[in-house]
Design a protein around this ligand. Sequence first.
Ligand SMILES: [Zn+2]
Length: 382
Amino acid sequence: MKKALLLLFASIIATTSLYSQDSVYARQIIKALSSSDMYGRGASYHGDSIAASFLANEMKRLGVLPLQIDYFQHYTYNCYSLEGPMSLKINGTELEPYTQYRIYSPARQATPSKLDKAPWKKQLKDGTWLIAVIQLDTYSPWAVNTDRPDPVCIEVLETALPKKVKKVEADIPIHYRPNYLSRNVVGYIPGIIDTMIVFTAHYDHCGTMGDAIIFPGAHDNASGTAAVMDIARIASQKQPYYTIVFMLFSGEELGLKGSKYAAENPLIDFNKVKLLCNIDMFCGGDEGLMVFNANSEKTKPYFEQLTNLNEEYHAALTLRPRDNAPNSDHYWFSNYCPSLFILTMGQPYGGYHDPYDTCEGCGLKHYNNFLSLILRLTNIIP
Ligand SMILES: [Zn+2]
């Protein structure tokens, strides 16, 4: 009995030190967003919309006020989904999706395209291309810009192909979605003054590749979304000095669609924004933090402040400043207000744009330290 109690006690200590109190909420949000119920938060089965409703409900529960009547900023884009049973049989043998073949858009490739360079290719009756590759590309969904999209391309590992391809049976469940309705989730907490701090993150991810493959996107970017929601949770406990705005975008994986729309159709006065802080990929962090757009005239003082805080609190092993780049949602706002993009460097996280980027793989050992840095930088905690 005594031994059992001791074991129980030890296991509680182990659990709390792994996911100490403050990261419990973040873990819950990451778990919910990366679950199969959200279908990879893309157009497949409207997974992005399921995630948007979940986040809006969560904002409401925390007492965050809607920036629009109902927390949503609606907009549209053209896209596709790969939903339904998917199958590729060559000479009668079924190939395994993701590990042996992947779907991509030939139009996304640079010239000469992958299609041009392929050591072997075959066009099927419906226009679909089948090409051999030595290594499969990282999957990313693509935006569809025309009424008649390019034929889809199936890339197959050369080693998975028989010497002679005699018969190909491909069933690729691609559904085009023109004017697909998407939603940014937007809310705020009024501060003592109306000068604003804006937190942004994209909640969308790569969706599905047929029904067998779901991209969970825990690191990219359930983790950053969870951090922003956690900031909302903390900021809602006591009226903050600055007004805190939260913008969670969709369409990032298709080319920063949601944030572009939000920047071009502003719901707030950017002249009143003191700082915009974008968080994208926040699991892991054994090597510290990277900060994009840290060297501009407008943002340099904030990066210096972050460096001073890090020296005082030893939160990140290193803080690496980088120039601005169109690599995440802060980009469109950087002309209007000081905008930083913060992400972690190093393990542990489950994967990147693959089925292994799971909640279980997402390490939050440094999470509290990193979040505290951001909360101090933005005066939400002293
Ligand atoms: Zn991504």
